[in-house]
Design a protein. Sequence first.
Length: 314
Amino acid sequence: MITLDSLAQVPEPLRRGVLSIGNFDGVHLGHAELIRHLRRLAGTLGVPAIALTFDPHPIAVLRPEQAPAPLTWSTRKAELLGGLGVDEVGVFRSGPWLLGLTAREFFDRVVLGQFDAIGLVEGPTFGFGRDRVGTVETLDDWCDDAGLRFQIAGPSERDGRIVSSTRIRHALLDGSAEEAASLLGRPHRLRGTVERGEGRGRTIGFPTANLGGIDTLIPADGVYATIAYLEDAPGPVPSATHIGPNATFGAEARTVEVHLLDFEADLYGRRMEVDLLARLRPTLKFDGLAPLLSRMERDVAAARAVIARHLLAT
């Protein structure tokens, strides 16, 4: 991954290749199809396949109140794009230096000047330049004039609907972790740092790691079957995660609490990533500790079953 914060000429690995430019938020199945087209054209021309993305999302700079919660962070995005077969990933640090360019300036100064590209592959709704006035039709004409190869990759569909980052966000906000996973091609992942919480879980036999500083979309409240990944841990850890306020104890703050199964360690201050496999139930208020504990035991059993099926399938 190479970070770009100016219009200076880029390092050699990013030059003279075929580009695909986009937010790639989630790196979902639609993006995978786009990258397939990118790799095919780059292979035909015998040049690198290069994905260019933005950090943060341009809307977060231009209209922060409208910015969607991200599905991925930059290093993971680059890792996922690399897994799809791109040769290099460039990440623009979004700012006026880039977002203020007109469509023509972006094409001339970035595509031709900075990257000296020989081809582009984009989706049918791609827009570029200030106010996104540049379209794929514009790009097709300018590429033709400049002698660049240009292809439009068609959208991907699942269940008769286009796969998109917006659709995935809606699924997660509805608590449909399994639908989101089917569109992403893998479970949605949170990441954060384990912080000190109330410590209530340990006193009732269900210790939890309170995850703070989460920088990806947090789905609807409820209990989820999850798999956790800890710094310095030898491998993934099965877990059950509660998202939302602990209504039984009168709490109002929304928290993400991860109960690790068959694993004990000092977790405070450690980074943790959590894959959301399926929502087991919504958040509920219980009439006392006994019914809460009974339901938590059933939640853990249900989480184990979901995790076992997931591991078997993968």
